[in-house]
Design a protein around this ligand. Sequence first.
Ligand code: DX5
Ligand code: ZN
Length: 216
Amino acid sequence: MGIRITPSILNADFAHLDREIAKIAPVSDLLHLDVMDHVFVPNFTFDFDSASKIISASPIPVDSHLMIADVDQLAPAYAHAGSASVTIHAEASNDVAKTLRAIRLEGARAGLALKPGTSLDLYSELIDDVDMFLIMTVEPGFGGQKFMDSMMDKVRSARKLIGDRSIWLQVDGGISLETIEIARDAGADTFVAGSAVFNSPDPADMVTRLRALSQK
Ligand code: DX5
Ligand code: ZN
């Protein structure tokens, strides 16, 4: 099973993002871009224009994680702006299937994210429109929170639902050297890590260590 490490720049130095991204780019599969609008979540990170600039300038493919209220409107634009993958929150969308299809039509992989309290069962029938499930292992909004191992049942259910389809299964929140194997054992293959990577004195080395553990 292929695995992917997708560092989140949420805990990076926003004043020097180019430099921060350059540190991890050579060893990372995708750059995880957390877009927060101060409405769907209490925090704010980037508006569309700033995010577009990061997407265009990134030396590696970008995995845009949209924690925004007007996601049906904006998700296709994030795909059009060049994201390799665009993930929407089921809780924010009025028409999940339509928005997932619109993302694909713009040439990106379509991701569906579920907050800790959202059941996978509600969305299992949309599986043919999904290229990646994102099971949140914290409440979205902030980096540096504690990994919720109570989400591993949901990860196992998603792995079972995916079966032999080539759908990625991502976990996001509290992934570190202590937790990545727990998520891998439950069936995750795509790992977001924010504070573990960017609070480390050597972010690239941390990505390499996380990858090694996830493949052990
Ligand atoms: C949380 C974000 C995460 C966050 C992960 O809402 O979606 O991507 O940056 O950060 P850590 O790894 O610190 O939990
Ligand atoms: Zn995220």
